[in-house]
Design a protein around this ligand. Structure first.
Ligand code: FE
Ligand code: FE
Ligand code: MG
Length: 168
């Protein structure tokens, strides 16, 4: 634990930040697995472009988990040690891809990104002016989640339009 690094927190307790970060850490692992497995089971029209996007997003979520774990450790905390804790700590729900249709998968992934945007914008508000390093990390993750939503929404619209044209 780095004492000087923790001493620069202003008006927020390190334990409060650690608790919030562990919840986001659980979200990242569930998001990682959701996109990982969606990219494997997905079926339907134009699925290859969706697979490429899901694989890229899964890699981003795993990178986010790493950024958060490292910050928790810097603050003197312990990242969740058992996967069973992911469900009890997570803010966002896990969308099980039981329907592998490409538009359904995209819809579920978009929901995940929208929940992540909510969580990280709240974390940015809470840490702004109080914990500069965490603020920086959550702002950078927030920018990725905003990009993720846009990528998936654009694919959803392209594929929906293609299907409409095909029907005509
Ligand atoms: Fe993420
Ligand atoms: Fe994301
Ligand atoms: Mg992308």
């Amino acid at each position: 634990m780095a004492r000087k690094g923790i001493s620069i927190l202003k008006g927020i307790d390190a334990n409060e930040v650690i608790a919030l970060l562990n919840k986001a850490y659980a979200d990242e692992w569930l998001a990682y697995y959701q996109y990982y497995i969606e990219s494997k089971v997905i079926k339907g029209i134009m699925k290859d472009s969706v697979v490429a996007e899901l694989d890229q997003h899964a890699a981003d979520e795993l990178r986010h988990a790493t950024m958060i774990a490292e910050r928790i450790l810097q603050l003197g905390g312990t990242p969740l040690l058992h996967p069973k804790d992911w469900f009890s700590y997570a803010n966002c729900s896990y969308e099980t891809p039981t329907n592998p249709d490409v538009l359904n998968i995209l819809d579920q992934a978009i929901k995940g990104e929208q929940c992540a945007i909510d969580i990280y914008s709240k974390l940015a508000e809470i840490t702004q002016g109080k914990d500069i390093v965490t603020y920086d990390i959550v702002s950078s993750i927030l920018a990725d989640e905003v990009e993720h939503e846009e990528d998936l929404q654009a694919l959803y619209e392209d594929i929906s339009e293609f299907i409409e044209q095909f029907k005509r």
